[in-house]
Design a binder for this molecule. Sequence first.
Ligand code: SF4
Length: 420
Amino acid sequence: MEPTAVQKTTRRVLTRRGVVWLGQTCNQRCYFCYFINRIEDHKHPEHAFMSLDKACRIMDTLRYFYGNRSVDIQGGEPTVYKDILPLVSHCAKIGLYPTLITNGLMLAKTDEVARYRDAGLRDFLVSLHGVGDIHDEVVGVTGAYTKIMAAIEQMQELQFPFRLNCTMSKPVVRTLEEVAQKAIDYGALAMNYIAFNPFNDQETGRRRTDTVPRYSEIMPALTAAMDRLEEAGIEVNVRYMPLCLAEPRHRKNFYNYQQLSYDLHEWDYQSWLWTMMATQMMRDGNPGPPFRLGAGARRLYLGNAVYLRDAYERHPVRRGLKYTAQRLLARVQQLTAGKETLYRKEAIGRAQDDCHYKYDDQCALCNAREICDGFHGDYAEFFGTEEVRPIRDIPCTTDPCHFIREQEKVVLAEDQAWAL
Ligand code: SF4
C-alpha cells in the first residue's frame, strides 16, 4: 500500500520511538515540571545543553543500535538549543524522524514553523496547559498563551502535523473541553491528557494539594472532552490514571505503564532506559555504552551512572567485555522469553519500584488488576485510594492490550511500513 500522510490502525506493536533530553534549560517555569530542580539549578550537570556532536552520537545510537525510527527531542525546551535545526536535519538524514516537544514560545515568530519543516522535522508535540490566563499561570510566563496559539496557527496554515499535550493540574481541569475544542479547530493529530506525571525529581512541596486534583474531580470534564474529541475523530490518550476511573467506552484510551509501549507516540523502554541515564543527559562526558532490555539492564540503569562512565573510560577493555556480554545475553533472553514479556516486566518495575504505585484492597476484586498500575504512590499518600471501582464486566485478563486494542491510532507515513 502506498503510504499516505496519515493512516489509522488498531494494530498494536511495540513503539520504535526514542527520546533524548538535550539539557534542562528552559524559558518557562511550569509548576508541575518534573525537571524543575535541574532547570532552576544552573550548576546541575544536566542543566546546560550538550554539544551538537554529543547529541548526534546519541541519535546515531538510537537509530543504529536500538533500531528506533523516530525520536522525541526535548530540552528543557529544545527550540532554545542553538543547534536545533542541524540536529533535526541529522535525525531526518539517518531515518530517525524527529518530533520536537515544545512549549511553542519560540515558534510564535512568522515563518518559524516553516524553518523546522524545511530542516526535516516530522511533527511538533505542543504543551498546551489550559486556555488564556490559566495556561500563563501554569507555565509561569505572561503572554505565553498568545505565543503558543500563534505557533499553532502557523502549523494549521502550513498543514504541518502537530499533537497536543495537556497536563491536568487543578486550574486546568475546568478548561479541558476548551482545550479539546482547540485540538479540533486547529486540526491536531492527537490529544494527550496527563494526570499526575510520575517521573523524576519533583521534591515534596512541588506537588501540592492545591495544584493536584483528585481523579474524581478530573473525570467529569475529562469524559466530556474525550467524547468531543472522539466524535471529531481525533485520537485521545490519557496517561497514568487507574483504568477503572474511565467510562467503559474510554478504557481503550487509558495508558498505564503496561500499555505505554504500544502507543506509537510513546517511548521505547529499551532505548529510554539508556537515554535517561545521567551520561546521556549531561553536557559533559561521552555517552555511555548502550545495552539491551534483559540480563540486568535495570541494574545497569540504576547503578551510579557517573561511575559507570568513568569506569568505562578508565578500563575500556573490561567495560567493553561486560557490555558485549550483556548485549548477547539480553538478546538471547529476548529471543527465548519474547521481547514483549521483557517490556512488560520493565513496565511493572517502573510502576512498582520507581513510582511506588499502590493498589486499594478492593483491587483484589478487579478483573483488570494484572494490567493496571493502580495509584501513584504520592497520589495515594495525598488522597488515598478509595476512588477505585473494580472492573467486573470483563473476564479476568493479563493482556496489556485488552482495552487499547480497540483504539484507532494515527500512523504517519514514515512509520506505516512497520506499524500498519
Ligand atoms: S486494579 Fe484497582 S485501580 Fe486498577 S482498575 Fe482495578 S480497581 Fe481500579
